[in-house]
Design a protein around this ligand. Structure first.
Ligand code: ASP
Length: 352
């Protein structure tokens, strides 16, 4: 679908991809629950988009979904779509449910290497047809950011981002932190890439740029999803830890530890970590804290994990760590290469 636009005068061209989520839902009177509706209705609700001198095309996922139903194959479809249309657009805006947006943005950030154009995720807390909706502003800001170019004609933000509540955040640094507030996302360990007020102020010192603007990005669509997450808590039992760490289906386990990367110092716990490591499991330490980094050299309990073969996740979010593992494990069959990649800052996902 194409709307309002005169191709000759268009300054930038944007592809709007609608996957589903609250931004495009309305109340089903029979069930009194929110259900996705047709994308054309969103465009009717946001006539402001027509005021931009941009060419805005749109496409919709075959079946629009609540983002709780997002799967890695949805990310492969998104990456495939962007790859296919990469040369035809200056930027991409993905409308997506907020619940798993941080996972999807993280995944896309790893799946596209050498990005030279913006890929901006947005959505809303209130459906776009509702009086106080945040959807309109989020969508308009996302489109403006996706279209922004500098004086040399390069994209101002050639990154995978989340634009929400007037803030532009690096996708793989972002977490959904509030199920009600319009500021639903937070990027605790990475400064905002831009803030939308009267003007959109870009934090150019933080925004990443490609090494070569003329090189086409590489799209990595292979993902290996054999990852589990072990969230530590007081009272966790050996049976639960064993099931998660040593499960035959997993190749890697993200350990959500306390504080700066600490875990119980009980013998049974460390024995299980060593057993999993000995089985060839990739173990990655991320913190349960909402901000700050893992540092396994700080406390004896962290050091023991390191000695048992656990990798440092630095200040990675769990969402970012999961996506990074899916990506690296999809690329490499050798665990040593995956582990080497985990220690590197590939897409701005960790502070190193
Ligand atoms: N359940 C919705 C979703 O994530 C919530 C939202 O869009 O904000 O698809």
């Amino acid at each position: 679908m194409k709307f309002n636009l005169d191709d000759n005068t268009a300054k930038s061209s944007i592809l709007l991809i609608y996957t589903g989520g609250t931004i495009g839902m309305k109340v089903d009177p029979a069930e009194q629950t929110l259900k996705p509706f047709d994308f054309s209705q969103i465009l009717e609700e946001v006539p402001e988009l027509g005021k931009f001198a941009y060419r805005i095309d749109s496409c919709t996922f075959e079946s629009v979904i609540d983002s709780a139903d997002i799967e890695p194959r949805s990310w492969q479809a998104l990456a495939g779509l962007i790859e296919e249309r990469y040369d035809s657009y200056d930027g991409f805006v993905i409308l997506h449910g907020t619940d798993t947006m941080a996972y999807s943005a993280s995944a896309l950030s790893f799946m596209i290497e050498g990005l030279t154009k913006p890929v901006i995720f947005t959505g809303s807390q209130l459906p776009i047809g509702v009086a106080r909706t945040d959807g309109k502003e989020n969508l308009i800001s996302a489109v403006e950011i996706a279209a922004a170019k500098d004086s040399e004609g390069h994209a101002v933000v050639p990154e995978v981002c989340i634009c929400f509540g007037n803030a532009l955040m690096r996708g793989n640094r972002t977490r959904k932190v509030n199920s009600e507030n319009f500021r639903a996302f937070r990027s605790a360990d990475c400064p905002l890439l831009a803030e939308a007020g009267i003007n959109i102020r870009y934090n150019t010192a933080v925004i990443r740029r490609p090494e070569d603007w003329n090189r086409r990005p590489v799209f990595h669509k292979e993902l290996d999803t054999r990852v589990s997450i072990l969230k530590l808590h007081p009272g966790i039992t050996p049976q639960v830890v064993r099931n998660i760490l040593c499960g035959p289906e997993t190749r890697a386990v993200i350990m959500e530890t306390y504080g700066a990367g600490n875990a119980p110092s009980k013998e049974w716990f460390l024995d299980l970590v060593k057993e999993a490591s000995g089985m060839g499991k990739i173990l990655l330490n991320v913190t349960q804290c909402l901000a700050g980094s893992v540092n396994m050299d700080l406390y004896a309990t962290g050091k023991k994990l390191e000695n048992a073969g656990v990798q440092c996740g630095y200040d990675s979010t769990t969402e970012g760590a999961l996506a990074k593992l899916f990506h690296l494990m999809g690329m490499y069959t050798e665990n040593a290469k995956v582990i080497d990649g985990l220690g590197q800052n590939l897409r701005g996902e960790i502070t190193k």
